[in-house]
Design a protein around this ligand. Structure first.
Ligand code: OGA
Ligand code: MN
Length: 298
């Protein structure tokens, strides 16, 4: 069994054609997928057909401990549309399958996905891979963009690499939500997911490449004046997301896109979200086994 791998650029994003989600893959194939994601950062499994929810979850479990339940407690998230706790519902549909009203907290919350980010950077136990399946895509808009945070690190001037290597940022889900216009968190919400610190750059196991780790959950630089740190984070995010580092994914029904959150940044893009349906479901792998501190809520 070999991968039919079609690189989109020599170092970033590759399509995999004809993957069969209906049977568990051989060990060699899993190893080949791991080395492909190490090399390309983003893999696009073209759905023909795409995985069912069960196959999506089973596939994801091959690559690490996977998250279950909502990672934050937010009112308005009480009823689930998608049955499995492993699936994060990132579309715009309510539990009855209708489009949410524009002012619903869920719609506001998801607007935060349209800012550049790495999933779960606000957790101590960070996300490694995310796997997003497109079940229904709008006819125009609603693409997802990915930026190569390794190529961006490599392209930084050496003095900037040195500076970045010496710094840590504080990350908080509430910071990115507020940037996206979400209301102030309550005390309880705030306490449920306190900020965490991560280095601004790290070496990714597997590829051995350095990668920038910034964007919208990062609120400031540790030990720096807040505004100064915010400026550097904004500058680095802008640098890392220049068109030369970006792949834009136009969804087709059944696509599964897998990305490495420790090597890339991503964001959703605009579409007429009160007019068109968008049904997207994500699984998320973590760096380490998930314990009670970072488990999700039912
Ligand atoms: C995600 C995400 C963007 C999109 O699922 O983590 O950021 O385009 N999605 O839905
Ligand atoms: Mn995301």
């Amino acid at each position: 069994m070999t991968l039919d791998l079609r690189p989109i650029t020599p170092g970033f994003a590759a399509e995999i054609v004809g993957h069969d989600f209906s049977t568990p893959p051989e060990r060699a194939l899993v190893t080949a997928i791991r080395s492909a994601i190490d090399q390309y950062g983003v893999l696009i499994f073209r759905g023909d057909p795409g995985p069912t929810d069960e196959q999506h979850i089973a596939f994801s479990k091959l690559f690490g401990p996977i998250e279950q339940g909502n990672i934050i407690k937010v009112s308005g998230f009480d009823r689930r549309r998608v049955r499995y706790l492993e699936l994060v519902d990132v579309g715009n549909l309510d539990p009855d399958g209708n489009i949410f009203p524009a002012d619903h907290r869920r719609m506001l919350f998801r607007k935060g996905d349209r800012l550049w980010h790495a999933d779960m950077s606000f957790m101590d136990n960070r996300a490694t891979y995310s796997m997003l399946v497109g079940h229904e895509a709008p006819p125009i808009g609603g693409d997802t963009e990915f930026a190569d945070a390794r190529a961006a690190y490599d392209a930084l001037p050496v003095e900037m690499q040195r500076l970045v290597d010496s710094l840590e940022a504080e990350h908080s889900i509430w910071h990115s939500r507020q940037l996206a216009g979400f209301p102030e968190p309550t005390e309880e919400e705030l306490a449920s997911r306190p900020p965490v610190r991560h280095k601004l750059a790290h070496t990714r196991e597997g590829s051995g490449r350095r990668s920038l780790y910034v964007a919208s959950h990062a609120s400031h630089i540790v030990d720096w004046p807040v505004e100064l740190g915010r400026g550097l984070i904004a500058e680095l995010t802008k640098f890392a997301t220049q068109p030369r580092f970006v792949y834009r994914h136009r969804w087709r029904q059944g696509d599964l896109v897998m990305w490495d959150n420790l090597a890339t940044l991503h964001r959703g893009t605009e579409f007429e979200d009160t007019k068109y349906r968008r049904d997207m479901r994500r699984t998320t792998c973590r760096e380490r086994a998930i314990d009670s501190r970072d488990a999700g809520y039912a």
